[in-house]
Write a protein that binds this ligand. Structure first.
Ligand SMILES: CCCCCCCC(=O)SCCNC(=O)CCNC(=O)[C@H](O)C(C)(C)COP(=O)(O)OP(=O)(O)OC[C@H]1O[C@@H](n2cnc3c(N)ncnc32)[C@H](O)[C@@H]1OP(=O)(O)O
Length: 154
């Protein structure tokens, strides 16, 4: 189920700091389907994303990439559940209702992050996802996210 075009590049008009192609100063994460209900994102931190100690990644950046990877997965899934190509027709939009992160180990600033999200529950109004964030083969954070469907003009 791999795709050549990232989910974010199929969604129009996204200025989000974490995932919006239309945000010049954003993080520009890219997410791809890997299996049914599963997506993956690889993110390369920049030096200025550090946590204070320059070798480790800031926890807010970790939260942002988890947030954006999972919510974009929920948006793409919303289109798929409607039988539509991602980004086609009336906009399907989700916002973060809840983001519960456990920070398990520091992530190095000079090593790519791997985010793997799985949809664990869906209903017409919300999608629940689990996300693992790994760096250098080590699980650094895990999260549960509730993405809530909002109007297309939200
Ligand atoms: C392409 C763009 C990608 C963007 C990626 C980045 C995403 C973001 O960062 S969005 C910004 C951060 N989030 C926000 O600002 C959201 C602010 N909150 C809100 O707007 C509203 O409270 C909102 C939309 C979350 C919920 O609206 P509300 O009308 O209360 O929803 P409601 O219809 O009552 O609930 C729908 C379902 O969601 C659940 N739910 C709603 N809010 C929450 C919450 N905070 N925590 C847990 N569950 C929730 C409800 O229990 C309900 O579940 P069920 O269907 O099982 O009964």
């Amino acid at each position: 189920m791999t795709q050549e075009t990232a989910i974010q590049d199929q969604i129009q008009g996204n200025h989000c700091f974490g995932c919006g192609p239309d945000n010049d100063q954003g993080l520009h994460i890219k997410s791809y389907w890997t299996e049914k209900d599963q997506t993956r994102c690889e993110f390369f931190p920049s030096a200025h994303h550090n946590a204070g100690p320059a070798q480790y990644l800031n926890g807010g950046i970790m939260a942002t990439v988890i947030d954006c990877h999972t919510v974009c997965t929920a948006i793409a899934d919303g289109y798929l559940q409607s039988g539509r190509a991602v980004g086609s027709g009336d906009r399907i939009w989700y916002a973060t209702g809840n983001l519960d992160i456990k920070y398990l180990a520091p992530a190095r600033i000079d090593t790519p992050l791997i985010l793997e999200a799985t949809i664990t529950e869906r209903s017409p109004r919300k999608t629940v996802l689990h996300c693992n964030l790994s760096s250098d083969g080590r699980l650094c954070a895990k999260a549960e996210v509730i993405a809530v469907r909002v109007p297309g003009d939200w």
